[in-house]
Design a protein around this ligand. Structure first.
Ligand code: PLP
Length: 399
């Protein structure tokens, strides 16, 4: 996954363009910038890559989720349904708007369980936020049917899934709004950065203004701007966008490497009948950023995960005990540790986290291992890794 593994002169040249003009700001300074508009160029590249009418770059993936929600008018007291397996950013981005994250179980796709989503809908529910974890997707047809039926917004966090598709559509482009991260460890990196994509012009304009203090960006050199509403600063800089511009042009190359490496590992693990791969919904194609599989039980998964670590098979995770990606150890969030007071409504809305258990999610996450697919491996390294993994899994299953 991490695009930083293959930094080249392409990234350096784009960054140098920006440094030579000296304009690190994405808006304005029209006369000084030597015609360089890296953020604008990256937005237009992403429009093509993600087959989306509108793209708004922002400062991070977390900002992208908050901006997407705000652009669609989600705010105080609104409930947003999200999965138990994600990155803490999902929870944070909802909280930032004074909305209430409602966590629900996942299924064997490692994404939102549509039945659990149905059961969580209340009169306060405004949006379903699906998170396309580890390069693959939830059952999008089922989730789209639910969101249509109940008139809910469908927001897609595709931060870990750029390049994956569902029924021919890029992940991120299926919901009403899609979110991407270009942080340092993602497939395409800017260092820090993110994007909101949508086919809805009103949402796009909201995202454009909201992410830059409410400026409407009308007129050359910012001359005619007004401020239709309150906004904040979630801007990306030209330096960050320049890195991303070089990287996005290399996405097809990165995806091809991911797929090749993934298939070598998957073919090797397929020899072991006790290994079951995550379910990819019909019509879906992974981005191949991760290889995710289930072991027969939690104890074996834990043993294998430890043995991977001890034997140099790095970047493989059993998320059951992880405190970034899985609800079980999000104690600071369950206990609502906050530097500043949180509204009574949100506090009440989150009381369920003190008692609710997520057996279905535990069932899948405790038996799962997800391995990052690196771009910089040589063929020999992948083959050796495949052998080591097979040997470790076989001996754990025998014990
Ligand atoms: C990385 C990530 C984010 C947040 O992105 P940042 O750019 O690090 O803020 C959000 N959601 C998911 C699923 C992620 O993997």
């Amino acid at each position: 996954m991490p695009g930083f593994e293959l930094f080249s002169n392409l990234e350096r040249n784009e960054v140098n363009d920006v440094l030579q003009s000296g304009v690190l700001m994405r808006y304005g300074f029209d006369g000084m910038r030597n015609g360089h508009w890296k953020a604008k160029e990256l937005e237009s590249e992403l429009q093509n890559t993600l087959q989306s009418k509108h793209v708004q770059l922002v400062s991070s993936g977390t900002a992208a989720v908050s901006v997407a929600l705000a652009a669609a008018g989600i705010g105080a007291g609104d409930e947003v349904i999200m999965p138990t397996f994600t990155f803490v950013a999902s929870f944070e981005a909802i909280m930032m708007l004074g909305a209430i994250p409602i966590l629900v179980d996942i299924d064997d796709t490692l994404g939102l369980n549509p039945e659990a989503v149905k059961q969580a809908i209340t009169p306060k529910t405004k949006a379903i936020m699906v998170v396309q974890m580890c390069g693959s997707m939830a059952n999008m047809d089922a989730l789209q049917a639910i969101s249509n039926k109940h008139n809910l917004l469908l927001i897609e966090d595709a931060c870990q899934a750029i390049g994956g598709t569902y029924k021919g559509k890029p992940l991120g482009s299926i919901g009403d709004l899609g979110c991407f991260s270009f942080d340092f460890v993602k497939t395409i990196t800017c260092g820090e950065g993110g994007a909101v994509i949508t086919n809805n012009k009103a949402y796009y304009l909201n995202a454009d203004h909201y992410s830059d203090h409410g400026h409407d960006h009308v007129g050359n050199d910012r001359g005619a701007e007004t401020h239709p509403f309150l906004g904040y600063n979630f801007r990306i800089s030209e330096l960050h966008a320049a890195v991303g511009l070089a990287q996005v042009k290399r996405l097809p190359e990165f995806l091809a490497i991911q797929k090749k490496n993934y298939n070598i590992l998957r073919d090797a693990l397929s020899q072991i009948p006790e290994v079951n791969f995550r379910t990819v919904p019909d019509g879906g194609e992974e981005s191949y950023a991760f290889l995710s599989f289930f072991l027969p039980d939690a104890e074996i998964a834990n043993t294998i995960s430890k043995a991977f670590n001890d034997n140099g098979v790095d970047a493989c995770w059993n998320y059951y005990n992880n405190n970034w990606h899985y609800i079980r150890n999000w104690n600071h969030l369950k206990d609502l540790k906050s530097l500043y007071p949180i509204s009574t409504e949100v506090k009440k809305g989150l009381e369920y986290l003190q008692t609710k258990t997520f057996e279905k999610s535990d069932h899948y996450i405790s038996r799962n291992i997800s391995c990052l697919i690196k771009l910089s491996w040589t063929e020999e390294e992948v083959k050796n890794r495949a052998n080591t993994m097979v040997n470790i899994i076989r001996s754990a299953l025998k014990a």
